[in-house]
Design a binder for this molecule. Structure first.
Ligand code: HEC
Length: 269
């Protein structure tokens, strides 16, 4: 009986510890790391109420939010750096610091407060964006990639640019500067690397590696690959399908062709 009681107590302590942990955000630069709680962030004097057009919720949403520039002040970060936003579901994306320093569109860290829980995300069961969420104020359609709205945020950490971290992604100097493969690599880094590695390069773990063992340009019919990127369910569908659809607003025809040009260039090498 006593053993059961202490087991229950231990389970309770663990449950409590994880719920508290889930409400804290890890902040790190190259030298230091620390953890801040939702409570601390909500009590920051710069925290305010904002309303944004939210692509994840598909409507206008109001949040308590701290300008991201305030968080960056605490981190050693250079103008060429990227900041990695890592979510609890393994989604991870690097965003160039120049986009994060303020101006318009302005990024904010939205913080869920105890008294006002966020609703479930559409088509995600009971999942919500909590406890932290990177949102953008005054973003015109197509200006900020939907991948840059990072929900279920767990960590914000300063990193080298993806090109520096994974030089194998690069396009060689033998291609002229006008070759679409250059733009394709930029688009891949902005839109795809959050979920897909390429020959091991990248941090994303939601989707398959697109460089190995084979590159999709080697096994997709060209038309099917284009169809798949626009809306993968036109090619195959099942309940756990997670590959997002990229409409023309998010990915122009030119950018789509550029990504395919980069994949094709990489497949040849
Ligand atoms: C939010 C995560 C996510 C993003 C962002 C994403 N994908 Fe995917 N992708 C997936 C997942 C997961 C799959 C596996 C199929 C599925 O679950 O729908 C997939 C499948 C694929 C496949 C098929 C691979 C195969 O062999 O079946 C290709 C090709 C692909 N993605 C290309 C891209 C490209 C190019 C981009 C950027 C424009 C991109 N994806 C962005 C998650 C993502």
């Amino acid at each position: 009986m006593k053993a059961i009681r202490s087991f229950l107590l231990a389970a309770l302590v663990v449950a409590f510890a994880t719920s508290v942990q889930a409400q804290s955000l890890k902040l790190a630069d190259r030298q230091h790391g620390r953890t801040v709680t939702a409570h601390q962030l909500l009590s920051n004097l710069q925290t305010r109420t904002i309303t944004v057009r939210d692509p994840a919720y598909g409507r206008s949403m109001t949040y308590r939010a701290l300008p991201l520039a305030e968080l960056l002040k605490e981190l050693a970060v250079g103008p060429e750096d990227y900041v990695d936003f890592v979510a609890t579901d393994k989604f991870s994306i690097g965003i160039p610091v120049r986009l994060l320093r303020g101006g318009a569109p302005q990024p904010f860290l939205a913080i869920e407060s105890e008294g006002a829980p966020w609703p479930a995300l559409p088509e995600k069961g009971r999942e919500t964006a909590a406890p932290f969420y990177l949102v953008w104020q005054d973003a015109k359609p197509g200006e900020i990639s939907p991948e840059y709205w990072v929900y279920k945020l767990a960590a914000v950490q300063v990193a080298d640019s993806p090109y520096k971290r994974w030089p194998d992604l690069r396009v060689g100097g033998e291609l002229p500067a006008t070759d679409p493969a250059h733009r394709g690599l930029d688009r891949f880094v902005a839109l795809c690397i959050s979920c897909h590695r390429f020959k091991g390069a990248g941090d994303g773990e939601q989707g398959p590696d697109l460089g190995q063992p084979m590159n999709p340009v080697e096994y997709f019919q060209p038309g099917a690959l284009r169809k798949f990127l626009r809306s993968s369910k036109q090619v195959r569908d099942w309940p756990q399908r997670r590959m997002p659809s990229f409409n023309e607003e998010m990915l122009s025809d030119e950018d789509l062709e550029a990504i395919i040009a980069w994949l094709t260039y990489k497949a040849r090498r």
